[in-house]
Design a protein around this ligand. Structure first.
Ligand code: DGL
Length: 264
């Protein structure tokens, strides 16, 4: 496997771009392929079987593009499919992500941690195991956020609809006294400016994009697969209409990019 081979990063939609931007910033020499499964978003309300099928199709495609490593930039896909993908491709490094319960439990002063995530993530055995392992000393209040991902997919990060939804989701967490809030879905970091307006001062936000980028860096270096040489390209694919992703990339990625259609 050549160190110049691309890293494949994927999500149900645009959420994984919040991880991709951290990867791009930390690893400017890597070629990156980003696949947004926009034809099947949101994953949060779908069955684990459905998500596993989608992840298999996407992994096959990214491998056909010669990817040296995969990053599941999606908490919901990790909960449903990380184990399955790792069994199928035992030789391939597959990095995944889950809500940052451990750092949040260490950070809280009120002893109450809130988790915003999808229904699928919060219902998963993997999330229950995380709580058992790291949250025995704190109170964890979970909040599924149906409808929020669709707003972010549309590039709506501050309009009245997303504002109302988010306010409704935050209310019960704040009523419980949460001072540390886990963004347990890769779409939600795009709402940090709005969260800054809606949350009282002193609430700490925790997300894992930067940690995943550092993990990827360590993983590539330890295998001798980190790319040397000049800055490389980022290529974008979507299973939805290419124009829709092209339209929101300037908002979520910071510039216009051509987008290819993935028919899988
Ligand atoms: N971005 C995803 C996550 O991290 C899933 C959003 C969705 O498709 O529901 O969980």
């Amino acid at each position: 496997m050549a160190d110049s081979a691309p890293v494949g990063v994927f999500d149900s939609g645009v959420g994984g771009l919040s991880v991709l931007r951290e990867i791009r910033a930390l690893l400017p020499n890597e070629s990156l392929i980003y696949l947004a499964d926009c034809g099947h978003v949101p994953y949060g309300e779908k069955s684990p079987e459905y998500i596993r099928e989608r992840c298999r199709a996407i992994a096959e495609f990214l491998l056909s593009q010669g990817c040296k490593t995969l990053v599941l930039a999606c908490n919901t896909a990790t909960a449903a499919a990380a184990g399955d993908l790792r069994e199928r491709y035992p030789q391939l490094p597959i990095l995944a992500m889950e809500p940052a319960v451990k750092p949040a439990a260490a950070a809280t002063r009120s002893g109450v941690v809130g988790v915003l995530a999808t229904t699928g993530t919060l219902k998963s055995a993997r999330f229950a195991a995380l709580l058992d392992r790291f949250a025995s000393d704190v109170k964890v209040v979970t909040q599924p956020c149906p409808g929020l991902v669709e707003r972010i997919e549309a590039g709506d990060l501050s309009g009245p609809l997303v504002r109302d939804l988010l306010q409704g989701f935050l209310r019960p967490l704040l009523a419980e006294g949460c001072d540390t809030l886990i963004l347990g879905c890769t779409h939600y970091p795009f709402l940090k400016p709005l969260l800054g307006e809606l949350l009282p001062p002193g609430v700490t936000l925790i997300d894992t994009g930067a940690a995943v980028a550092r993990h990827l860096q360590r993983s590539l270096i330890s295998r001798g697969l980190d790319a040397a040489g000049p800055a490389r390209r980022t290529q974008f694919w979507t299973s939805g209409p290419s124009e829709s992703l092209e339209r929101v990339l300037p908002v979520l990625w910071g510039c216009r990019e051509p987008v290819h259609f993935f028919a899988g």
